[in-house]
Design a binder for this molecule. Structure first.
Ligand code: ZN
Length: 422
């Protein structure tokens, strides 16, 4: 066993054994871990050394922009931001993701809007991440064959291979058809990928061109919309489409056996900036990550709390769903010259009721114009989508919004956002 494998195994075991009697026990644990983490940062991060000691709740909120601005001072290793950024962009351009700097791997967050974030992780942190991920997603390891369809960054996952578990990485930059033979040869027990890619795989299975029967399917990297979820369950023959809520900022949540998304509160502390009673923007403190502190980091996502407790009995916060990115909440004209917010997930739910939609994107071009990309773009489908969206917008108080229908274009090189505000 390599040192990496041992470290991963240790974290796997640790995650499995860590149990909390109740919510109060979890919160005590989190307070202890956060306090310990802050003591470390006071010694090792120049930025936090200037601020600490002070109460946790008084520490400034961070986001992608502030993180990048004070990068060199924040991190606890001697790495230069511009040098690291140049290396990361080069790695992405050449699609070789084994670049390291000072022993750290460099990850870029998908910067669809404005700034891109950069995240450094040490070998220990990557092993922690892998061990935690495996412990939370796989009930048992032996004999698992895992197919990972990812847009970028094979290297993080390469560390995880061993005799008990087999991982194969498929680059989603290549069309699905190119992967069919290897995928069928692997015969995966677990299939992991963005929903837009999984849709392509499910279509191949339905068409009889691919024979696989995964026991578990994980949707990652993109919001899983109801239309995709239904198609995937049917096409891949599974009862639940599992989700991993993971980004360069951390491993934030995953589904239990009931398909409920729970926050990983044994690894991160999540404060809530409430938008209404059930919706909130998460503010994340990762008390395991030391190289690049993620402390009171405001994510750009909107999460919806579950109304009733999950039957699994977990003490971790249960979510109804991820509503989408805060940037993609539609801001539409309302009657009195005002603006109403319409959550991306509501739009996705309205489209499910429309008849015959295979693929779609809804893009807000202005407060009065939604551009709707549809497949198929037939009069019947257009009419059906128009009816559903008009009903939604009326219920939400939007007025005078027009729809511009266009053909749907597949672009496997981009992360799919079904609902987007420009
Ligand atoms: Zn649960």
């Amino acid at each position: 066993m390599s040192a990496d494998t041992l470290r991963i195994a240790a974290w796997y075991a640790r995650t499995r054994l860590l149990r909390f009697r109740d919510r109060a026990a979890l919160e005590r644990y989190q307070r202890r871990r956060v306090a310990k983490h802050l003591r470390f940062l006071a010694r090792r991060s120049p930025w936090y050394a200037r601020l600490l000691p002070r109460p946790f709740a008084e520490l400034p909120l961070m986001d992608k922009r502030t993180m990048m601005a004070d990068f060199d001072d924040l991190v606890t290793v001697d790495v230069d931001r511009d040098e690291a950024l140049a290396l990361a962009i080069e790695a992405e351009r050449t699609r070789r993701f084994d670049a390291t700097l000072g022993g750290c791997s460099i990850g870029l967050s998908s910067g669809t809007s404005g700034h891109r974030g950069m995240f450094l992780t040490s070998a220990t942190e990557r092993a922690q991440w892998a061990g935690t991920m495996l412990a939370k997603t796989l009930p048992h390891l032996r004999g698992q064959r895992i197919a990972l369809f990812l847009r970028a960054g094979g290297d993080l996952y390469d560390t995880v291979g061993s005799r008990a578990v087999r991982f194969e990485y498929f680059d989603t930059f290549e069309p699905v058809e190119q992967h069919l033979a290897r995928l069928e040869g692997l015969s995966p027990t677990v299939l992991v990928g963005p929903p837009s890619v999984l849709r392509g795989i499910a279509d191949e299975v339905s068409a009889g061109r691919l024979r696989i029967a995964p026991e578990k399917v994980y949707s990652v990297a993109e919001v899983l919309t109801p239309l995709d979820e239904a198609r995937l369950r049917e096409g891949l023959g599974v009862g639940v489409i599992h989700q991993i809520y993971q980004c360069t900022e951390g491993f934030l949540g995953c589904t239990c056996e009931h398909g409920t998304l729970h926050l990983n509160e044994d690894v991160v502390l999540v404060e809530r900036e409430h938008l209404d009673e059930r919706r909130f923007v998460p503010i994340v403190t990762d008390f395991m990550r030391r190289t690049q502190p993620i402390v009171r980091y405001r994510m750009g996502d909107v999460l919806l709390l579950r109304d009733d407790p999950c039957p699994c009995g977990s003490v971790f916060t249960a979510l109804e769903r991820i509503e989408g990115r805060e940037d993609d909440v539609l801001h539409l004209a309302s009657g009195e010259g005002g603006v109403v917010s319409v959550y991306p997930d509501l739009v996705a739910r309205a489209v499910v009721y429309a008849d015959g939609v295979e693929e779609y994107r809804v893009v807000q071009a202005s407060p009065r114009l939604l551009r709707i990309h549809l497949e198929p773009l037939s009069p019947h489908v257009v009419e059906s989508v128009t009816t559903e969206l008009a009903a939604l917008l009326e219920a939400q108080g939007a007025e005078g919004v027009t729809f511009d229908f266009q053909p749907y274009l597949h672009d496997p090189t981009r992360k799919l956002r079904r609902v987007e505000r420009l």
